[in-house]
Every structure is written in C-alpha cells, then in structure tokens.
Write a protein that binds this ligand. Sequence first.
Ligand code: NAD
Length: 415
Amino acid sequence: MLEASHRYFHRAADLLDLAPKVREVLLTPNRVIKVEIVDETDDGKLMHYTGFRVQHNSARGPCKGGLRYHPAMDEDHATALANLMTWKTAIVDVPFGGAKGGINCDPNEMSRFEIERVTRRFVDRCKEVIGPTIDIPAPDVNTNADVMAWIMDEYSRHYGFSPGIVTGKPLHLFGSDGREEATGRGVMYALEEALRDRGRELSGSTVALQGFGNVGSHAARLIAERGGKIVAVADHKGGVSNEKGLDVPALVTWAAEHRTVAGFAGGDAFSGSEIIAWPADVLIPAALEDAIDGTNADQVRAQIVVEAANAPTTPEADTILARKGVLIVPDILANAGGVTVSYFEWAQNIQQFRWELDRVNAELEKSMRRAYAGVRELAKEKSTDLRTAAFTLAIQRVGRAALSRRSLRENIDLG
Ligand code: NAD
C-alpha cells in the first residue's frame, strides 16, 4: 500500500522536477510508533494486539489523522495512510500535518468493554507523543464517537481537561455539529463538481456505492436528497440493488440494525464484488483500499469514480481507468471533508466556542469547492489528471512550509 502512495507522489514530483533530497524529506515519516496491548477479555482470556501511530509530517501544523481498528492494520497501512493525510490536509489548506494509526483488532468480535479497555491501553502507551498541538486522532474504519470519548477521557486523566486531543467526539462532549456526516457531505460536493466537469448534474445521475459505514451511508443519503439515484450498494456481507433507486433512509435503518445492507427487502440481492462493474454513471468506493485493481478495473462501467475511501484504486487500475476515459476524483480531495470539519471541531475546542450547524456546513462547502477548483485549475495548467494535480498542489504547499522551517543548502524551486 505504501508503494502505491509513493508512486502517485513520484508522478507529481516528476512533474515538478523535484530533487531526490526533497522527495526524501517529504516522504520520510517524522515518527513511527508501535505499541503492544495485552489485557484480558470479559471472560478472562488473553487478548494481545499491536497498535500503530505514524506521524508523517508536521510542517504545516500538528499531525492529524484517523484511528482504524482492523485485523489488517500494520505499519505499512499506517504509514501509507499517514502520508495521504499530509497531502489531504494541504489540499483543503487546514493547519495540520498528516498522521494515521490503529490497532490490529476486530471490533466485530469484541464486546464494548473490551474495545474500551484496548483503546485506553493504546492511549496510555502513546500519551507522551500525542496531544492537541502534537497529534490529534479521529475516527476511521471501525472507530466512532464512543472511541473518541474514551481517548479524550484517558488523555484528560493525565493532562487535565483536553477536548482538543481528538475530533469526532460525541456532540454532548464537545464534538462538532456536522462532523459525523462531514466526509460523506464532502464526497457529495466533490461529486457535484465532477459531474459539472462532465456537463451533468446530480439530479437523475445513477450511483453505485461500495461501503455503507460512516462515509458511504451519509454520502448516499445526501446524494439521494439532492436527486441522485443510488441504484446499488454493497458492503462486506453482500449487496442490494434497485434500478428505480434505493430508499436510502430505510436502508440506513436496516443497516444500523443488522450491521449490513445484505438482506434489505427494498431491492434485489447480489454478491458484493459485482459492485465495481455496476452499470451506473458514478462509482463511489467507500470501504477499504485496493477495491479497484488490475483484475477488475477494465470492468468498471461508470464514467466517474469518486474515491470516498482512502487508496481504493491501485496505480495499475488508475492507468486502466485513465485509458478508458474515466474521471477519477482522488481520495486526498474527495474525502477531505472529514478532516476539514475535524479542523472546525478542534478550533471550537481550542476557542471554547460552539459553531452552529449552518456555519459548519457552509464553511465545509466553501472549502471543498475551493479545493476542487484549485486542483481542477492546476490539472488544466499542467495538462494532467486530477490525482497528479492534487499531489502536485499538496507537495508545493507542504514543501514550501517544510523548506521554510529547515532550509536546505541549494535553492529549491517548487513551481
Ligand atoms: P466504517 O467502518 O464506518 O464503514 C466501512 C464500510 O466498508 C462498512 O459498510 C463495511 O461493511 C464496508 N466494507 C468493509 N470491508 C469491505 C469489503 N471487503 N467489501 C465491501 N465492503 C466492505 O468506515 P468509514 O469511516 O466509513 O471509512 C470508510 C473509508 O473512508 C475508509 O477507507 C476510511 O479510511 C475512509 N475515510 C473515512 C473518514 C471518516 O471520517 N470516517 C474520513 C476520510 C476517509
């Protein structure tokens, strides 16, 4: 996974004719943390997990990024995802650097109390190197507002009341209005912009979606509210389709109860993997990485792919999709709405001043549309695709900050 994110980086770095020394400065993580978590399960058995936190780059501000609880979590994943966070925060121009982390546990097999204990142990092991001005975690796959509340509580036990240590907290515990749906809302704005690039609009467009968790379900709801037709949804257990458009609020209720979209009566069942080749105008991967790879990219029938998930398209697939003329809105732009509202939450925590939902959503929309426009403009100027343009913009911003804070001997031109 790290290799893939480096390949995208080098594609943009080549365009900027960036010196090898600067590439190394920008690609090397500041800090890689690995902790062991050993505790008891509720019935007295041993549980032993490994936790990771990679702080990639803090040239533009404290490191920022999600915490993922998943059996596949490892240093490679954390480093690759931390890298992406550095570029993402630069594209939406929030004053953060990039980080990512997680624990290689499977919360689906754990009780709420076990998840809480593992979370508290993780914070205890990392507490000296995270903090509101150092590194601020947030939710990611299989973590949510409850997990963020435990992190805040554990950290505050050592350092005093510290709501700014995490974002994505519950509303009643200094979370921000609009944070939970922010990534999905940002995906919807990114899709609107992409459709405009293709001379179309949301109303009447058909959308196939992989992943119906935090990001996928909110994106689906907001797209449907604006007239888009969600014709197929798949998750880790299966899929459901309806060519007239799925009843998204009913599907949200079903998925909340059953922890899957599979079995929903308002459509036809299909095996989840077919979603990539679904006949729809738009494909939104909103689950895990590498969903579109060299084996299935050729089957994609959508004209637009909006990467709501992180790293859902392998470089091989990216080349195939480009050849087919598919417009790809890259992850570091498409899903940046989450970190944008995380920034609003952090700012509210620091200032101890609450923003109303209208303000959060208006600022988010402004930020997403501005970021998209900046990337689109650079793509035109450099005659390149949106992903390379997004990386180029990010490298310029992070590079300028990094080189102002630690000068190299020669003059570096960042374009
Ligand atoms: P989540 O845990 O809430 O949901 C994940 C969804 O993916 C679930 O519906 C799950 O069933 C599905 N899924 C898992 N494995 C699958 C598989 N093999 N095939 C099909 N579906 C599968 O996670 P989330 O927070 O919605 O995150 C989804 C993606 O968005 C991740 O790549 C994450 O890094 C990225 N992301 C999340 C945020 C955020 O604010 N939560 C922000 C930016 C990016």
